[in-house]
Write a protein that binds this ligand. Sequence first.
Ligand SMILES: Cc1cc2nc3c(=O)[nH]c(=O)nc-3n(C[C@H](O)[C@H](O)[C@H](O)COP(=O)(O)O)c2cc1C
Ligand SMILES: CC(C)CC(=O)C(=O)O
Length: 381
Amino acid sequence: MAIFAVSDFREAARRRLPDFLFNYIDGGAFEEVTLGRNQADLQSLTLRQRVLRDVSDMDLSVNLFGQELAAPFLLGPVGLAGMAARRGEVQAARAAAAAGVPFCLSTVSTCSLQEVTQGAGSPPWFQLYITRDRSITEALLDQAIETKCTALVVTVDMPMSGIRYRDFRSGMSGAPGLKGQARRLFQALCRPSWSWDVGLMGRPHGFGNIAPFMGGNTGMEDFVSWVAGNFDPTVTWKDIDHIRSRWSGPLLIKGILDPEDAQTACAAGVDGIIVSNHGGRQLDSAPSTASVLPSIVKAVDGKATVLADGGVRTGADVVKMLALGAQGVFLGRAWAYALAAGGQDGVARMIDLLMTEMRVTMALTGVAQVQEICSKVLVRQ
Ligand SMILES: Cc1cc2nc3c(=O)[nH]c(=O)nc-3n(C[C@H](O)[C@H](O)[C@H](O)COP(=O)(O)O)c2cc1C
Ligand SMILES: CC(C)CC(=O)C(=O)O
């Protein structure tokens, strides 16, 4: 199908992926209230049209943590994204490297940190989950240090996995044993081009970084139960202190939605905060990220770099997040859909598309440099 926008990538992904995988990527927690709010609140913001301001000298580049980015967005951590296409995270990381934007590898990727680093020719950012068995967290941290990852993102909004009804309904989880396998196999058989590309059921992928800790188990239900058993409700700010003491590079904390938490994060010495509700996949009925971003930027008061994600599907959405005070934006589903639809080329196309949309949005709001984007590009409501 013809692709013009991220919404087309989503439709192409829906057609190409087996039902359980598409719904895993596309879905959110419980009734998906927050998932809907993220996009709706961004869409409800009105941009201010300005004219006759010479916007010919366009520049999207930004510097984050000493790294030069071609655009103010990056590919955020998406667990199991690699199942969307053969060696998927390597393909996405290559597209990101070629475009000059960072790629952040999830703890629960299908390709390992080593494979992605070799495949892309440079180390990615690494996203760390703090596991119940802290020796796993330590081993993952060691790998990130050895690999010289360019930033560490510690995700803190998952002391327990959110409940995603779509995963139950599609057979991604909640249907253990043969019943679940049979459902997923049937769905995969209905998607021959995906099955041919990734190898039936994505089996050749394995579970990258966590495979060594899964005791030789390789099935989807093994993965789901490993994840359920390893998220740790005892996690506290002390864990962040510990990670800070071990990691000297840029440290970001992902999953902040409250100004008080943002201030505590600054006091813990993090370099960056990612305002995120995990794409509406954790606490349903939590506020959208766009709605809380300005209050968090105010609370942080320049003590850390503030990034944001949630519902970003267009270049105009990126501009809006920046106008609300973010210094950079993480993409989630946008790149996962593109990977599913077209592999490395799909992700490259998606990045290019967002850059083009940003340029047009900036030109029509009268700004040429990313640094000029501020609350003035929004109509006051
Ligand atoms: C399929 C899927 C898997 C995800 N896995 C992770 C993960 O492993 N680690 C993490 O920190 N965030 C994860 N996230 C959250 C994203 O990093 C990001 O916060 C979210 O997708 C942003 O919302 P958006 O997809 O609407 O842009 C995941 C999101 C999706 C959709
Ligand atoms: C496997 C999951 C724990 C990855 C994740 O963070 C998510 O699906 O939102």
